[in-house]
Design a protein around this ligand. Structure first.
Ligand SMILES: [Zn+2]
Length: 299
């Protein structure tokens, strides 16, 4: 059934509920898909205060897969990361120059890039993470959420060669507007590189959602609503095209079956694992049905 909404990407005014919702602070936040462009968002969104609270210090220091992102806390998971390959891949897009990471956390990647000739800046919403990066590494980290208020001030226009976001775009309250703002701070010919999850693109998710639709049920998640937009490869491409980028290249990837998170019922976990094997090889050889995407969009 259609419901009133206003699509940030195409201006469409009809949205359809998908069989997915968060139960957050005793209310339901539903997945809603635009009937025109298929962009999928969470409605209603959590408030600004709730979002700030979600990214307080324990987002980075607590390991709890029921309420947080990962099985390992962020600080220990990133303590000894080797960024050699990451640096190499960024150098393919720009050999040095001005680099901005939005959602830089404690700045491990920025340190590696600085050591390789990049002039680095970070933006980080968590004061815990930003302060740690500034204190431990002397980095230039702006402890604010990324909005248009930074453009032309802390972040000059037509300035950056690369803007990088690893698993950040889906956390924005309005990724369409933020991609337009990022476009303004990029140099002509500069690029934004974004890694984005696409969990609903998996074979197992497609089957599960078909079953939910047929049975009139839905998936209810009780973790905080960190992801406010769910991108598929085609909607991600449309989002970049609709926000002023000249070229967009999207590469799909998938997690190996041995590394996928199993946080559901026993039956769901078994089905998910069995389906992840064919999915892994299909994505590897045909570049489709992936649960991870890397987008490179050039201004
Ligand atoms: Zn739309």
């Amino acid at each position: 059934m259609g419901l009133d909404f206003n699509c940030a990407l195409c201006g469409g005014t009809v949205g359809n509920k998908i069989p997915f919702r968060y139960l957050f602070k005793e209310r339901f936040l539903w997945g809603v898909r635009c009937s025109k462009c298929k962009l999928t968002v969470i409605l209603p969104q959590p408030s600004v205060d709730e979002i700030t609270e979600m990214y307080a210090s324990d987002y980075f220091t607590v390991a709890d897969k029921q309420t947080h992102h990962g099985d390992t806390d962020y600080i220990s998971a990133t303590a000894n990361v080797d960024f050699t390959e990451a640096v190499k891949s960024f150098k393919q897009h720009s050999d040095g120059g001005n680099f901005l990471e939005i959602g830089c956390a404690t700045g491990g990647l920025l340190v590696a890039l600085r050591n390789n000739g990049f002039n680095v800046t970070g933006v980080e919403i968590s004061s815990f993470a930003a302060e740690k990066g500034i204190k431990d590494h002397g980095l230039n980290i702006i402890n604010k959420s990324f909005t248009k208020d930074l453009v032309g001030k802390e972040l000059p226009e037509n300035h950056f060669d690369i803007v990088y976001m690893g698993d950040v775009l889906e956390h924005f309250t309005n990724p369409v507007e933020e991609l337009r703002n990022i476009n303004r701070i990029l140099k002509k010919g500069g690029c934004v590189i974004a890694e984005v999850p696409s969990t609903l693109n998996l074979i197992s998710s497609r089957i599960a959602f078909l079953i939910y639709r047929l049975t009139g049920k839905q998936k209810t998640m009780t973790i905080p609503p960190y992801h406010l937009t769910e991108f598929f490869p085609d909607t991600l491409k449309k989002t970049f095209k609709g926000t002023g980028y000249e070229t967009v290249n999207i590469k799909q990837n998938v997690k190996h079956p041995s590394t996928i998170p199993l946080r559901h019922s026993w039956a769901e976990n078994v089905a998910k694992l069995i389906l992840q094997y064919p999915n892994y090889y299909i994505t590897k050889y045909f570049g489709i049905l992936g649960d991870r995407m890397t987008a490179v969009a050039r201004k």
